[in-house]
Design a protein around this ligand. Sequence first.
Ligand code: NAD
Length: 422
Amino acid sequence: MGASHKIDGLTPAEACRRQVEMAAEHMDIEDWVVERLLVTNREVTVNIPVKMDNGELKIFKGYRVQHCDVRGPYKGGIRYHPDADLDEVRALAMLMTWKSAVVNIPFGGAKGGVQCNPKEMSEAELEAMTRRFTWDISSVIGPARDIPAPDVYTNPQVMAWIMDTYSIIMGQTEAGVVTGKPLELGGSLGRFEATGKGVYITALQAAEHLGIPVEGMRVAIQGCGNVGGVAARFFERAGCKVIALSDSGGAVYNSGGLDVESVLACKNQYACVMGPKVEGEDISNEELLELDCEVLAPSALGGVITHDNAAKLGAKIIAEGANAPTTPQADEILHDRGVFMVPDILANAGGVTVSYFEWVQNLQNLLWSEDEISQRLNHILKHAFNEVLAIAQEKKVDMRTAALNLGVSRAARALKLRGIYP
Ligand code: NAD
């Protein structure tokens, strides 16, 4: 378990590089710049020893990959998952560089991962693993260097342990070393909701562009964690029908619209989306992706929309809450079918945007109100959406190629201005 398998013939990092190469065909960009941006700056692999509750020692593989910092400190989440490996973390780090650039936030791109199954670990084991991992990567992270955040199966508590451990190493509290912290420790209002809210904001922009009314708009969401669960709440509140939601165990479907709160409460109580108080039928995660709907928001893991199912998808808009859910082959099929794509580096950029707000507040020791954060987030995402759409229309390319055009060209300009040392 753990080695990145190929989907549609490519590993995650190969797929990310392929996307950039394809976007570069529509850009005025020198070969050396592309060559530089296609490789990561630093890849740290550590073996994390943890004394488990039963007294045995277990060693976990941990990674922190720093792709590019020409536009600002490295930034990107840490994932705890049995399949996390270097190739996948490399791909996710690269996406972070383009994402920060698409929303014009002065950060670079990084990502971290620990190959573990947090569902089978106690709180004490998770804490020990997190603290030792932090110690192992402490020389390469920091508020001015590289700032981790939550990702799959990590949360504000994990960020609190990272912040505390790093602060102990430095001899002073360093709130700005991570974002997505609990509010009590310098977390930002609106950070927990930011990514899911961003998926909602950008999907609505797409619907408006296509002339699809929001009221009654059918939305299917894969995953109901920080991204999927929060997005579902926003869609429902706006009058959309959330017709399907899922977790790793399967999906629940109701063509008339689910009661989102009862699904999330069920997930909370029974660790599954289908329970006694949920009105809907069991379907599989694969069936969810193919549902007839206006918006599909894959918001769990990568590589789920492939050459095999792209032709069967029933959505008009795909808003990628997850990172890299669509393979390059599937992208071509969807584009040919006229499906409107809101790519990951735009759709889920609300997270890095409010992470930036959190970091700025930490560095300045001040607090912004929820309203201020909400307004700034709205403004940044709508502006980025319109910039990407304008490029797509001007160059007659799909939205992913347009978003990559924007992100890669901003990183490229910074790289050229800084030059190559020595
Ligand atoms: P999370 O741990 O909060 O939730 C993950 C969800 O995915 C859970 O509901 C889980 O049950 C579900 N899931 C796991 N395996 C699955 C499977 N095989 N099939 C279907 N569902 C499955 O994680 P998250 O923070 O919500 O992250 C979800 C995605 O969004 C990831 O791709 C992540 O990289 C991306 N993302 C997260 C953030 C953020 O701020 N948290 C920001 C940008 C992108």
